[in-house]
Design a protein. Structure first.
Length: 258
């Protein structure tokens, strides 16, 4: 069954999460190890998620010039609360990523999936697939969409049937073409808050609404309500996408080992 993870939490998501019907329409959540303390503070808002994935926080640490405590990450990964997890890769250094994967294996941790990036050696992908039940695929680093799709095509041609995760790319032309076991939308609420463009329902139809940076020109309460409605629309979009992908790939993913 295909699972779509949406990244959380952000302050703009909390009210939308509180209003969401988690029992009837459960969603899955990706939490960065870099923001684990913040997650613990707001976790009650995200009631009964379908699945939880722990991200290593490698990219966040890279952008901030920090390091990730690998032993602490592995200890957190081993906790049963995390249905899935991401191994610690080294940005721009596939040898370092492989060393981290080897270290995780030496500690008996296979839950944290390693990440194969576009441009990494193909024998690295084969090694990952031989040692881990799931492998993350990462592209969209400035290359055009056709190049990214060719990369995915090569990965599946070399290693299918194997569980694959699409990192940060949930475009329909990718997810409906390849039977990913899961994917995440790291930016699903970034574009809205950053540019203040939301799709909301007004008088029975969806319209694009633009807010000022602080919502003041619209009115504080009204601005907050529009932001919440926009986030809820994003959650609805993720839910419907997942349902369509479940139907699309039910037969193919049934071939995977439990």
């Amino acid at each position: 069954m295909t699972t779509i993870y949406f990244a959380g939490p952000g302050s703009i998501q909390l009210e939308a999460a509180r209003r969401w019907d988690w029992d009837a329409r459960p969603l899955s959540i990706l939490v960065s190890f870099a923001y684990l303390k913040q997650w613990h503070a707001v976790e009650p808002y995200f009631r009964r998620p379908k699945s939880l994935m722990l991200d290593s926080g490698a990219f966040t640490a890279f952008t901030l010039g920090q390091t990730v405590d690998h032993d602490a990450l592995l200890a957190e990964t081993a906790k049963s609360k995390w249905n899935e997890a991401v191994g610690l890769d080294v940005i721009g250094d596939w040898q370092g990523s492989k060393r981290n994967a080897e270290y995780a294996l030496s500690r008996g941790v296979t839950k944290g999936m390693p990440v194969h990036h576009i441009g990494d050696p193909w024998d690295l992908l084969e090694w990952y697939c031989a040692h881990f039940p799931k492998v993350g695929l990462s592209c969209r680093f400035g290359e055009d969409v056709k190049t990214s799709l060719r990369y995915y095509e090569q990965c599946f041609a070399r290693a299918w049937p194997h569980r694959f995760h699409s990192f940060g790319w949930i475009a329909e032309d990718a997810l409906f073409k390849f039977p990913f076991h899961s994917a995440d939308a790291a930016t699903w609420t970034v574009a809205g808050p950053k540019f203040r463009n939301w799709q909301v329902k007004q008088r029975g139809r969806r319209v694009q609404v633009h807010l000022s940076i602080d919502g003041a020109k619209v009115g504080g309460a009204q601005g907050r309500e529009m932001n919440t409605a926009g986030v809820q629309n994003g959650m609805e979009t993720m839910y419907l996408l997942e349902q369509n992908l479940i139907r699309r790939w039910a037969s193919a993913l049934a071939k995977l080992n439990p």
